[in-house]
Design a protein around this ligand. Structure first.
Ligand code: ZN
Length: 280
């Protein structure tokens, strides 16, 4: 059973994932249990198609170009979600390029608001802000900003987080969060549910190397989204995983984008003392 402190019966859950496979890594077991309980409707919105525009990424993954890579990722996603007891949840493809959501944060907020207006979730679940991937951080920002400020839906859905991955300078951590003051709920997956999740993950053949490196655990963790200060990097220098790659984006630039977007959306800065960014 899914604990009621995490999700009340008759909820409408919208998962905002940066890439196809993030929903399965973070909440594959949860989706499985919710479908069995039959009292919660789940939808998934993917910010990107999971295919970076750099030709090298496509060819390294075995595809002739980014378009072919994107098609493959969509096929993998559909195959994975068909493994769920009731099959594929409602899907929304939000149309951003992989690695590039941060360059269009205002657009990301607008499309997330559009999905929220259409699906009318009671709960929105997304990535934590932790410097693992700039699109994961952009998803955290877009979900937060879509539900904040003068244009927020009233009442706003609760904002929860699933786990992704983060770097501490020597180890890539997955299946758990950077520490915050928010209480976590741990969902222990039965052998049967874990087997379904692993079958789902095996469908993402183009991502096998990274998924294998992430060491999928026997539980899933969730928590309310902390009060992030998006104008500051989420981790100490040297602990922003994506800065290890030549993706043309560092965390300082990411934060400048976030600050400009918050200003444009008339979302007041939060009190830094309330943030859970413990390294500050
Ligand atoms: Zn991802």
């Amino acid at each position: 059973m899914v604990p009621v402190e995490l999700l009340r019966p008759a909820s409408r859950l919208l998962i905002i994932a940066a890439h196809p496979d993030d929903e399965t890594l973070g909440a594959g077991g949860l989706m499985c249990l919710l479908q069995r309980q039959r009292d919660t409707t789940v939808a998934i919105a993917h910010l990107t198609d999971g295919a970076p525009q750099d030709m090298h990424d496509a060819t390294a993954a075995g595809f002739r170009d980014p378009g072919a890579y994107a098609h493959a990722r969509r096929r993998e996603l559909n195959a994975a979600l068909e493994q769920l007891p009731d099959g594929t949840p409602e899907l929304y493809a939000l149309g951003f390029r992989d690695q590039e959501v941060a360059h269009g944060l205002l657009d990301a907020v607008a499309v997330v608001r559009g999905v929220v207006e259409t699906f009318r979730p009671t709960i929105v679940m997304t990535h934590p802000y932790e410097g693992g991937h700039p699109d994961h951080d952009a998803a955290a920002f877009a979900a937060y900003a879509a539900l904040s400020g003068p244009a927020a839906p009233k009442p706003p859905p609760r904002l929860l987080e699933m786990t992704s991955y983060y770097w501490t300078g020597d180890i890539l951590h997955s299946g758990k969060f950077l520490p915050s003051a928010e209480p976590e709920t741990t969902l222990h997956l039965s052998r049967e549910v874990l087997a379904i999740k692993q079958r789902m993950l095996r469908c993402f053949t183009s991502q096998r190397r990274i998924i294998d490196a992430l060491n999928v655990r026997e539980d899933e963790r969730f928590r309310p989204a902390p009060h992030y200060e998006f104008r500051r990097p989420p981790a100490a220098p040297g602990c922003i995983f994506y800065e290890r790659f030549n993706w043309g984006l560092d965390s300082a630039t990411w934060c400048e984008y976030a600050e400009a977007a918050l200003k444009a959306l008339h979302i007041a800065p939060i009190d830094v003392c309330r943030t859970a960014q413990l390294w500050l």
